[in-house]
Write a protein that binds this ligand. Structure first.
Ligand code: NAD
Length: 269
């Protein structure tokens, strides 16, 4: 892979597993210095393992503990990163989780928990990133943009999802957060976009690919007939963070094997 992000500093939230880990490896392979965020002490080993793999491949980075739903922890992670590496060029707003329940049984705690990590967490991290991008401005030696944010949304920013109202609402919210701040800061040369993954093989959805039966059922939703990998998302993230996409602002890039193509209509539309 070309070193399109050479020397740029990238914070990737929720990077000790799944898509975040995959994106961290791809950004590192493209030359970025990566900050591998994880939320709580028990996940430190997993984050360190991702970092060890990156270093073994010749990359540079650190791990950083921070619960993205807590303002003081987010501010500390950004301050520490800036102190150590001088600035931040890229934020991958990836941390997210599910607490599923039928809507009539969903507790306020389940609702608030998902919204606080998936949506408020993305607000808090994006705000700190934008403050740093505004402070530094464009440095042509780094990039044509003052900074780049990629929000990890989901096909469920447009596909309703029964039994997952909190999650779908958080992803719909991310879509308008992303578009609004992209509109607000484009003139400052800050580029803000989303990746909206379909089914990617990670711990969050292990029930969907664990058994051959579950995988067969999943395939009915995917015209391209394969489950996605974190690497599929990593390549898209490198493009969205590099100057190759310098004229791309405020989009949701669906990386979903066609899941948003209404596959139910293939035979009788
Ligand atoms: P994952 O469970 O492997 O990753 C989620 C990560 O978020 C974990 O590393 C977890 O430790 C971290 N996290 C949770 N709460 C956090 C907090 N408060 N602060 C910081 N980090 C926290 O699952 P994944 O599939 O890799 O999910 C990553 C993102 O991709 C999520 O936003 C998810 O909604 C989105 N996504 C995933 C899929 C998929 O099919 N896997 C599809 C669409 C969207």
């Amino acid at each position: 892979m070309d070193k399109k992000l050479s020397g740029q500093v990238a914070i990737i939230t929720g990077a000790s597993s799944g898509i975040g880990a995959g994106v961290a490896k791809s950004l590192s392979a493209a030359g970025a210095i990566v900050v591998i965020n994880y939320p709580v002490p028990p996940v430190k080993d997993a984050a360190e393992a991702v970092l060890a793999e990156i270093k073994a491949a010749g990359g540079t980075g650190i791990t950083a503990i921070c619960d993205v739903s807590r303002e003081n922890e987010v501010q500390k992670m950004f301050a520490d990163t800036i102190q150590q590496f001088g600035t931040v060029d890229i934020l991958i707003n990836n941390a997210g989780l599910q607490k599923d329940a039928p809507f009539d049984e969903m507790t306020l705690e389940q609702w608030n928990f998902v919204l606080s990590v998936n949506l408020t967490g993305q607000f808090l991290c994006a705000r700190e990133a934008i403050r740093e991008f505004l402070r530094r401005g464009v440095d042509p030696k780094r990039s044509r943009a003052a900074g780049k944010i990629v929000h990890m949304s989901s096909v469920h920013e447009v596909i309703p999802w029964a039994g997952h109202a909190n999650y779908a609402a958080s992803k719909g919210g991310i879509m308008m957060l992303m578009k609004t701040i992209s509109q607000e800061f484009a003139h400052k040369k800050i580029r803000i976009n989303s990746i909206s993954p379909g089914a990617i093989q990670t711990p969050i959805n292990y029930r969907d690919w664990q058994t051959p039966e579950a995988l067969d059922k999943l395939m009915t939703l995917i015209p391209y007939k394969r489950i996605g990998t974190p690497d599929d998302i990593g390549r898209a993230a490198v493009w969205l963070c590099s100057d190759d996409s310098d004229y791309v602002n405020g989009i949701s890039l669906f990386v979903d094997g066609g899941m948003t193509l209404y596959p139910d209509f293939t035979e009788n539309g």
